[in-house]
Design a binder for this molecule. Structure first.
Ligand SMILES: NC(=O)c1ccc[n+]([C@@H]2O[C@H](COP(=O)([O-])OP(=O)(O)OC[C@H]3O[C@@H](n4cnc5c(N)ncnc54)[C@H](OP(=O)(O)O)[C@@H]3O)[C@@H](O)[C@H]2O)c1
Length: 212
């Protein structure tokens, strides 16, 4: 596959790129400035395009099978950019006739009971709430999109560095916890699950998650 990847230099994006390259896919890392790429991206092509320039973004993603995004605001950046970027990615995919868009989402948008999302539960940590609400706003940008096979791929609640187990569970719509009630996954295993979704397109126009 030809995969265009926004946010390829981040914690999650690097793992998506690593798995995609290891499986023989072509990866175009879309970055905002000329920079040395992390080791995980050896073998990827580099393209420079600002996310708020639909024409420039469309030009570099044209001909790819899928646009993937692990974009996230860096510390100090406006969290409100999360839904704005989601809309920009939709616009660019449309303009470039890229038929699929797979976006790293947020666990807060997953349901813990019918009609109740994690972010709306009383114990949801206040520190994460602005991110979770902004991620949900990004999902709101995607929901009405019918002409692109989008997938909003939320990590487990806890995602971070750690071992690559090579196993994980993926499910649509609902929050996923292990036997101890924890929702977690390593960056490495999430990257593998994300690439599996890129390959299978098993969940078009759905919110999904991956966890142990
Ligand atoms: N449990 C959860 O739900 C959960 C947990 C963690 C993360 N997340 C979500 O996952 C996403 C990625 O997380 P992460 O830890 O991988 O983030 P990260 O390490 O901070 O990486 C962010 C990526 O976005 C890129 N980026 C930021 N601003 C940009 C801009 N204006 N133009 C182009 N690229 C830009 C960065 O590029 P540069 O290298 O150029 O800065 C980098 O590649 C975030 O949206 C976050 O909210 C969800």
């Amino acid at each position: 596959m030809k995969i265009a990847l926004v946010g390829a230099t981040g914690n999650i994006g690097r793992q998506i790129a690593r798995h995609a390259l290891a499986k023989g896919h072509q990866v175009t890392a879309i970055v905002r400035s000329e920079k040395a790429l992390p080791a995980e991206l050896a073998g990827a092509s580099l393209a420079i395009a600002p996310l708020d320039d639909a024409a420039a973004l469309a030009a570099v993603i044209r001909g790819h099978d899928v646009l993937a995004s692990a974009y996230g605001p860096r510390p100090g950046d406006d969290i409100g950019q999360i839904p704005v970027v989601a809309a920009q990615l939709v616009a660019a995919a449309r303009e470039a006739s890229v038929p699929r868009l797979v976006v790293v989402g947020g666990a807060g948008s997953l349901e813990v009971a019918p009609g109740l999302q994690l972010v709306d539960t009383p114990d949801f940590p206040a520190a994460y709430k602005p991110f979770a609400l902004a991620a949900r706003d990004a999902l709101t940008q995607l929901r009405p999109v019918q002409d692109i096979d989008w997938t909003f791929f939320s990590p487990a609640a806890e995602i971070g560095p750690g071992e690559e187990r090579g196993t994980y569970r993926v499910q649509a719509r609902t929050f996923l916890t292990d036997a101890d009630g924890h929702s977690r996954i390593s960056y490495a295993d999430y990257g593998a699950a994300f690439v599996e979704e890129l390959e299978t397109n098993a969940h078009p126009r759905e919110i999904i998650t991956a966890a142990y």
